[in-house]
Design a protein around this ligand. Structure first.
Ligand code: GUN
Ligand code: FE
Length: 460
């Protein structure tokens, strides 16, 4: 690939380079990257690296490459409900809107007709790694894993564990059946073929829905299952809504916080992904840091379901791993661009509400910069997924999971979603990135690559 490259580095810095040459091998991994290569030097540079007979993708003005987005939290069976239910808060929303839809996935043929569209849409919005919750059903969650696998996205796929405090039509029979189906799903996903790099793109993840919907024996069994394999990921919800927190505390009076519930069952560890974290108390923030668990910030959903504004700046100051999640359909958009925009707004609300006498720290009550937003949507998410060695940015040895972003219109002029914005669009790569982040959409994502393979995009 030859052209402009955006490469996130950390929360304060990304690199923007205009004439980079990036080599991807047949396994889909990055071999090398060199910068400041003028057009006339490209062939010579390739030869110097022993590259003959290679396919060269040369980007045009108005195009750039960036790492694909990492959605650290979404619910595949909820996409059919997207955009409804804003009048409810979490617990009523689950009972009124969400559980009736998820229950339909008892029928595998419903899953077979719904999931290809869900995953295709998620890919075309630029999500190259996705953490999916399925429904509670083994059969339809296998279908989800099959669809993700066949479409070539990198993902974690889990079936919800939920054996209590749910309607009779949408609840698992017992801790034993929940555990049995979880183990079957893990075994099934582990048989899916690993692809060119020998690394499976689809991986299983233990998914206790949230503490409210899991009995103590079930949480204990899931904790044992997790302990039997430290490489197994875990995802759940935490402290999203005040009524949820109150209910959770009433169910676990022996635990002194919501996070302590998961910790007491050995479910809080390096590869645990905690969605929301809106109302955490100081003690449990420290516990999450100590266990090195990650937080999925889901601002669209936190606004839409009236849950609150997560103080992610405070978590970043503590050094807690944070990524972004769309949380469809609590969130009304599968696009990480939308999650980025709402993360920006959420950070501005923190600024507006800040008590100046207490505001200290680099990120607490500060607006998130473009660099921070980009980082959270890519490398930050990779850290939350314990995948930072593989994805989230470009470096030799990492996987080529990337987007080609195109801000031109059909006549080749600079443009965003069909509106020709004139020549100033081409001024700088930084401006192109910022405008893509705040007003681009799927039409500007012309190619989506996972492990070096083009799996989607709106290419013209
Ligand atoms: N808490 C438990 N289940 C869910 C869910 O499906 N969505 C959200 N946003 N929160 C939850
Ligand atoms: Fe969720």
């Amino acid at each position: 690939f030859y052209g402009s490259v955006i490469n996130p580095d950390n929360l304060t810095l990304y690199k923007a380079s205009s004439n980079s040459l990036l080599a991807v091998n047949s396994e889909g991994n990055i071999e090398w990257i060199v910068h400041d290569i003028q057009d006339f030097m490209v062939q010579e540079t390739l030869l110097q690296h022993g590259c003959v007979d290679v396919e060269l993708v040369a980007l045009k003005d108005g195009q750039f490459i960036m790492p694909g987005f990492i959605d650290t939290h979404t619910h595949a069976p909820q996409l059919p409900n997207i955009g409804t239910g804003a009048q409810y808060e979490l617990l009523d929303w689950l009972n009124t809107i969400t559980f009736p839809m998820e229950a339909k996935f008892a029928d595998n043929s419903f899953a077979e007709s719904a999931y290809p569209g869900v995953v295709r849409r998620t890919i075309n919005t630029g999500t190259t790694t996705c953490c999916y919750y399925g429904s509670l059903h083994l059969g339809s969650t296998k279908v989800l894993a099959d669809v993700v696998h066949s479409l070539g996205q990198r993902a974690f796929v889990g079936k919800c564990n939920m054996d209590r405090n749910s309607p009779s039509y949408y609840k698992e029979e017992s801790p034993e059946t929940s555990l049995r189906d979880t183990k079957s799903l893990i075994a099934y996903i582990n048989t899916l073929d690993a692809g060119p790099a020998g690394i499976p793109l689809v991986r299983p993840i233990i998914t206790p829905r949230f503490a409210i919907s899991c009995s103590n024996p079930l949480l204990a069994e899931l904790g044992k299952l997790a302990s039997s394999d430290p490489s197994l990921h875990i995802q759940t919800h935490i402290s999203e809504n005040k009524s949820e927190v109150t209910f959770t505390k009433s169910l676990f009076p022996e635990c002194n916080s919501y996070a302590a519930v998961y910790d007491s069952f050995k479910l809080l560890r390096r590869n645990t992904i905690l969605a929301h974290a809106v109302h955490l108390e100081d003690g449990e923030i420290d516990l999450i840091k100590e266990r090195d668990a990650g937080i999925s910030h889901c601002p669209t959903s936190n606004f839409h379901l009236n849950s609150g504004v997560a103080p992610v700046g405070k978590y970043l100051d503590k050094g807690i791993k944070v990524g972004l999640g769309t949380d469809v359909s609590g969130g009304y958009s599968p696009s990480m661009l939308n999650a980025i925009r709402n993360a920006s707004i959420a950070s501005k609300i923190c600024v507006m509400q800040a008590d100046d006498s207490k505001s200290s720290g680099q990120y607490k009550d500060k607006q998130l910069s473009v660099a921070s937003l980009l980082y959270l949507a890519t490398l930050g998410g990779a850290r939350v997924c314990d995948l930072e060695d593989r994805v989230g940015s470009f470096a030799p040895g990492k996987c080529f999971d990337a987007l080609i972003v195109d801000v031109r219109n059909v006549t080749g002029n600079p443009c965003l979603w069909g509106v020709d914005v004139g020549p100033e669009m081409t001024t700088s790569l930084d401006t192109m990135l910022e405008r893509f982040i705040f007003c681009g959409d799927d039409r500007n994502i012309s190619s989506v690559y996972v492990q070096g393979r083009r799996i989607g995009g709106a290419s013209r």
